[in-house]
Design a protein around this ligand. Structure first.
Ligand SMILES: NC(=O)c1ccc[n+]([C@@H]2O[C@H](COP(=O)([O-])OP(=O)(O)OC[C@H]3O[C@@H](n4cnc5c(N)ncnc54)[C@H](OP(=O)(O)O)[C@@H]3O)[C@@H](O)[C@H]2O)c1
Length: 286
């Protein structure tokens, strides 16, 4: 019998790379990894033709315009990649009966909550990236309700660029560093998220809709930096600063802790504590 095909976009990104690593443990599937060359998300018509050509059973949508600050100055491109292309993918998936799992973000929320965010809490992005990702969610579920959208946050891995790798580099290079202490959330080790996605693919039942996934626990970026410092055995002083002291082109939500109850209850997904993921990632990096 032919193996079920899983098409994964954003293959060279953090999550795409972790899915590629994890795919070795799932020989029952045929994995097809695509990035800009094979499926340019800035050309939504091509997105459709690649899906129709490949005819996967599953389409895992990790490719995205993720340059949060740059998006403020090129909103059109962000909306094409994070919005229109995702809408086109959903239409194509519907056409061939493929199940789509689309990755979205905590940045769809305004960040003014005081309690962990549930899937149906009101959205209200405060930057272009968040607005473009919200558009993608709406088009994905609007064009094909048989879709799973997973909102995640603060993603890091041994691959690509991320906060953990930047902190390790700066702690080696600088006499001291300053890190924001008034933005609260929970980090996500991309390898853990990759496991959660493949858990859903292999689950006995498929329940479309929106879910939240990050690692367990609640911290600020400053506390995250302190944990990184401890794990790499650095003595670099780390100073807590406020968001106002570190202005960026795009605003960031102050509070974006995701409530994971629904994905745990529906799919039995295990959510490791953020410390465990961080230790595993740093173990691979140093
Ligand atoms: N990183 C985070 O903190 C975070 C937080 C919340 C949600 N998310 C979401 O999680 C998902 C995975 O994120 P990630 O951290 O793995 O992102 P990433 O490392 O930035 O990877 C994004 C991937 O998309 C590709 N891509 C960008 N523009 C493209 C285009 N025009 N056509 C085709 N491919 C294109 C990139 O290719 P190039 O490398 O060649 O540009 C890269 O392979 C994304 O949907 C993201 O929005 C991420």
């Amino acid at each position: 019998m032919a193996k079920e095909k899983i098409l994964i976009t954003g293959a060279g990104g953090q999550l795409g790379s972790e899915l590629r690593a994890a795919s070795k443990n799932y020989p029952q599937f045929e994995f097809v990894f695509v990035d800009k060359d094979e499926m340019p998300l800035d050309e939504p018509e091509k997105v459709r033709s690649v899906v129709l050509e490949e005819r996967p059973r599953w389409c895992i949508s990790c490719g995205a315009y993720t340059a949060v600050d740059k998006a403020e100055s090129e909103p059109e491109l962000a909306f094409v990649i994070n919005g229109e292309a995702i809408g086109a993918m959903a239409v194509a998936c519907k056409e061939i009966g493929a199940r789509m799992i689309h990755i979205s973000t905590d940045y769809v929320f305004p960040g003014d909550s005081a309690t962990p965010l549930k899937e149906n809490d009101p959205t209200g992005p405060i930057n272009v990236y968040g607005a473009s990702k919200l558009k993608g969610e709406q088009l994905a579920l609007g064009n094909n309700p048989d879709t799973v959208v997973i909102r995640t946050a603060w993603v890091y891995s041994e691959f690509g660029q991320n906060f953990v790798k930047t902190m390790i580099r700066l702690m080696k290079e600088k006499p001291s560093i300053s890190v924001i202490n008034d933005q609260i959330g929970s980090p996500t080790y991309a390898a853990d998220l990759a496991q959660a996605i493949l858990h859903i693919v292999t689950a006995a039942r498929w329940v479309p809709g929106t879910y939240h996934y990050s690692n367990e626990g609640q911290i600020s970026w400053y506390e995250f930096a302190l944990a990184i410092r401890e794990l790499i055995g650095s003595n670099c002083p780390v100073n807590p600063i406020s968001t106002e002291q570190y202005p960026t082109p795009a605003k960031r939500p102050h509070y974006s802790l995701l409530d994971k109850t629904l994905i745990k209850k529906t799919y039995g997904v295990e959510v490791p504590d953020w410390r465990k993921g961080l230790a595993a990632c740093i173990g691979r990096l140093i």
